[in-house]
Design a protein around this ligand. Structure first.
Ligand code: NCD
Length: 322
């Protein structure tokens, strides 16, 4: 039994894609599909998590991830608490465990955790009470599993057969928890080929162990590509000069009408956000007809509803276990 899966084989925590099975990933996508129609109805709520308390514990800034987690919880009828980290006791030297115990004493049923340290969500999951579930909303440069699953959901909506797809991930793969989770999910779902396209300084060590092909040139890397995933240059995580300049980076790796022509005609363009316009891609591409970037945001709500409802269904969360 792993930390994420309970004795019945159900999802208990959602911390990283590795350690899960293709069946669970597909289950998340199918469950999300049933939630994706809810926003189109006049009443946007379902009572699945009525009476549950979900705490968004964000130790690192976020806009779309936190708000879509919050909306997902509200659409499942849970009560949501957003902990403002700047003003919280951690700033006064309280340990992570003390913060955790304090919030647990408020009878929380689920923690959604974002932290700049890799492993923070796993640490919390090991220390919560048995009925509590922990969802990782991004830990350091390690993992961002709900982002990866909303990306898989978006890909599947446009290109349903994973086994036929060639996917290119372009940019700062080295610092990207999103890319790490996407690569594991894409491999698990059986895509034909994953390429990473970036300057040498932004490629992780031993990329071949990740199951990807490495390209340093956009033109050859984009050939026959169905899905283009752009990544933000994570300057806050870069130590020293890893790039000549943003201008030069854009010249070599920026997505423009001209460079996009190297990919397949019906290739879709994705980006987890926030975008640096004019660095990773032009505004014309970001807002153009092949961009599915805003769909990714909407799909984030359905996918997070799926993961929240699935972890709360786990045996350890059953009524009477509190
Ligand atoms: C990503 C993150 O925070 O890891 N953004 C997000 O969750 N929407 C990617 C990034 O910050 O570039």
């Amino acid at each position: 039994m792993s930390l994420q899966i309970d004795e019945q084989g159900k999802l208990k925590h959602f911390l990283s894609i590795d350690g899960l099975s293709q069946t669970i990933l597909t289950d998340i996508l199918n469950t999300a599909e049933s939630f994706a129609i809810i926003p189109e109805q006049s009443i946007k709520k379902v009572p699945l998590l009525r009476g549950k308390t979900i705490v968004n514990l964000f130790f690192e800034a976020s806009t779309r991830t936190r708000t879509t987690f919050e909306l997902a919880a509200k659409r499942l009828s849970a009560d949501v608490l957003n902990i403002n980290i700047d003003a919280s006791a951690t700033a006064k030297g309280e340990t992570l465990l003390d913060t955790l115990r304090t919030i647990e004493a408020m009878h929380a049923d689920m923690f959604v955790v974002r932290h700049n340290q890799s492993g923070a969500a796993h640490f919390i999951a090991r220390h919560v009470r048995p009925h509590v579930s922990v969802l990782n909303a991004g830990d350091g440069s390690h993992s961002h599993p709900t982002q990866a699953m909303l990306d898989m959901f978006t890909i599947r909506r446009h290109k349903p057969e994973f086994s036929r797809l060639r996917v290119a991930i372009i940019g700062d793969v080295l610092h990207s928890r999103v890319a790490r989770s996407q690569i594991i999910a894409l491999n698990m779902l059986g895509v034909h080929e994953i390429r990473i396209i970036a300057p040498k300084t932004l490629i992780p060590a031993e990329p071949h162990c990740l199951g990807v092909h490495v390209y340093h040139d956009l033109q050859t890397g984009l050939k026959d590509i169905d899905v283009v995933i752009m990544l933000r240059l994570q300057k806050e995580r870069m130590q020293g000069a890893m790039l000549p300049s943003e201008g030069e980076y854009f010249q070599l790796y920026g997505l423009t009408e001209k460079s996009l022509a190297y990919a397949k005609d019906d290739a879709i363009i994705m980006h987890p956000g926030p975008i640096n316009r004019g660095v990773e891609m032009t505004s014309a591409i970001a807002d153009g007809p092949r961009s599915v970037i805003l769909q990714q945001v909407s799909h984030g709500i359905a996918v997070r509803m799926a993961v929240m409802s699935m972890t709360m269904r786990s045996g350890a969360n059953a009524p009477g276990d509190h």
